[in-house]
Design a protein around this ligand. Structure first.
Ligand SMILES: [Zn+2]
Length: 260
């Protein structure tokens, strides 16, 4: 099973709706794939949290914050709807309100840009200080050796030309199994993540691929509290995520020049 297939099944898996063979395949994948295991852990915790609060019939600030961060989960909406029908008592009004809020604020975002969603969690970790750069300057040899041509070492040198951007450093990261250069920095003082990947790897992000290939010079979306913008620079795709306005982030992404 591939990462995206596994992730699409997290909802039914958490609700014990899968056959034994599929469940086993998911468990096997989670044992071998750190990225999916992390996403699964977050989804399971969120699941437990949301439904325990709903059962108590009230909402809390913390849940909303978590929801905002996790809304990327395409399976969540379906699960909430299904639980709504399977839990008859105790949810009542609060769930109706929650569902209405979801429909208004969240549902439009669920037709999300897959690439933006994949990046959001890592950027949040950077903003919260739980993820930091691993190196500054040239890509260390031991990282370079693991790239297997799936990522150009130059990706780490694909930077905005605007002086308003300052890089703190970089690290190698995997988004849905795709190796990407993750450059962490500040743009006008705001933390920003630049993610650079090979254009050929867009096959793993069909929504982003479709939009990029439709000819939009810069593709933009909002994901949670963050703005996302991406464009093609040569054979790479450069994405930026930050808690800023669309026009600011567009300017940043447009100022990116390929190395050399
Ligand atoms: Zn995986």
């Amino acid at each position: 099973m591939r990462c995206h297939e596994v992730r699409n099944l997290f909802g039914p898996y958490l609700d014990s709706e899968l056959d034994a063979k599929t469940s086993f395949e998911i468990e096997q994948h989670l044992e071998s794939c750190v990225d999916c295991a992390r996403v699964f852990k977050a989804e399971r915790e969120l699941d437990a949290h949301i439904f325990s609060v709903l059962r108590r019939g009230k909402k809390t600030e913390g849940v909303w914050r978590k929801l905002e961060g996790q809304i990327a989960s395409p399976t969540l909406w379906g699960r909430i709807r299904r639980k709504r029908t399977s839990t008859q008592v105790g949810l009542g009004f609060s769930l109706a309100v929650l569902v209405a809020l979801f429909a208004i604020f969240v549902w439009p975002n669920l037709r999300h840009l897959d690439l933006a969603v994949a990046i959001e969690k890592d950027h949040r970790a950077f903003v919260e200080g739980t993820m930091a750069p691993e190196f500054i300057g040239p890509v260390p040899d031991e990282i370079f050796r693991t790239l297997n041509d799936r990522l150009d070492a130059q990706a780490f040198a694909t930077l905005p030309s605007t002086v308003a951007f300052q890089a703190d450093g970089a690290r190698l990261c995997h988004l849905s199994g795709v190796p990407v250069a993750w450059i962490m920095g500040r743009y006008q003082g705001i933390p920003v993540s630049l993610i650079v990947l090979k254009r050929s790897e867009l096959a793993h992000f069909p929504v982003a691929k479709r939009r990029i290939e439709s000819g939009e010079p810069v593709i933009c979306t909002r994901t949670g509290s963050f703005q996302f913008a991406a464009r093609v620079v040569g054979e790479q795709v450069v994405c930026a995520v930050a808690e800023t306005s669309k026009s600011q982030l567009e300017d940043l992404v447009k100022s990116v020049r390929g190395p050399g």
